[in-house]
Design a protein around this ligand. Structure first.
Ligand code: NAP
Length: 215
């Protein structure tokens, strides 16, 4: 799959590196060409270029910039992003003495803001729950179980592309409904990071009965 990445930092390198190892054609797009080139070379990506280059390269575009910058950036690239799958891995968090809080005030999730900024793009929320280091594991497996990657998507083709990307790095896709539910993924990140900062292991907080859930 052709993947363009907006951003050349930690998440671009970790997810871009995992997808490159999985055989995908990854282009790192940065506002700073030196950093984009350095990141692309480090992970063995197919190439690097400007943000516009990356937006035009991918069947799938990963938005890996700060959440506060993402809506304006995506809006400026809306023409190139039309018809493409745009994966939003951002977390809009502000640290407080009570733990990390959603900078969106819990109102309009970042993913919905991106969908509004680029109405013809197919926005998906995914890959925001785990720390950057988790995406460098080959594969990310815990107690012998592959990492589940929750995602929210409205568009069937975008959901399928996201599932392909998740499966190709040895993880299990976990569909969580439409983009309306992206707010829950963003809030879950705030809760999980707060637990982690408080010295807890968030995944131990979610044990459920072994039997199948009621339907
Ligand atoms: N780190 C984590 O553990 C983690 C986990 C899950 C989700 N996330 C989310 O993933 C996103 C990226 O995080 P990261 O850790 O990769 O951050 P990072 O290492 O700081 O990289 C951010 C990248 O965004 C670029 N950037 C910043 N403002 C920009 C703008 N206005 N226009 C274009 N590019 C811009 C930076 O450009 P320069 O290279 O020029 O500085 C940099 O390449 C964030 O939204 C974060 O919340 C992070």
């Amino acid at each position: 799959m052709r993947i363009g990445i907006l951003g050349a930092g930690g998440m671009a390198a970790a997810l871009g590196g995992a997808w490159t190892v999985a055989g995908h054609d990854v282009v790192i797009g940065g506002r700073n060409q030196g950093r984009a080139e350095q990141t692309a070379r480090r992970i063995g990506a197919a190439g690097h270029g400007s943000l516009v280059n990356a937006a035009g390269h991918g069947d799938v575009i990963l938005v890996a910039v700060p959440a506060a910058e993402a809506p304006q950036l995506v809006g400026s690239l809306a023409g190139s992003l039309a018809g493409r799958t745009v994966i939003d891995c951002t977390n809009s968090l502000v640290p407080t003495s009570d733990g990390p809080m959603l900078n969106t005030g819990g109102t309009t999730p970042v993913a919905r803001q991106l969908a509004g900024a680029a109405p013809d793009a197919h926005v998906v929320k995914a890959f925001n729950l785990c720390h950057v280091s988790i995406w460098t594991l080959r594969p990310p497996t815990f107690e012998g179980v592959p990492l589940a990657v929750p995602y929210c998507a409205d568009h069937a083709e975008a959901a399928a592309a996201t599932e392909t990307l998740i499966s190709s790095i040895g993880c299990t896709p976990a569909p969580c409904g439409g983009l309306e539910r992206a707010a829950y993924l963003e809030a879950t990140a705030a809760l999980a990071i707060g637990l982690w900062w408080a010295g807890q292991q968030p995944r131990t907080a979610f044990p459920l009965p072994a039997e199948a859930p009621p339907r």
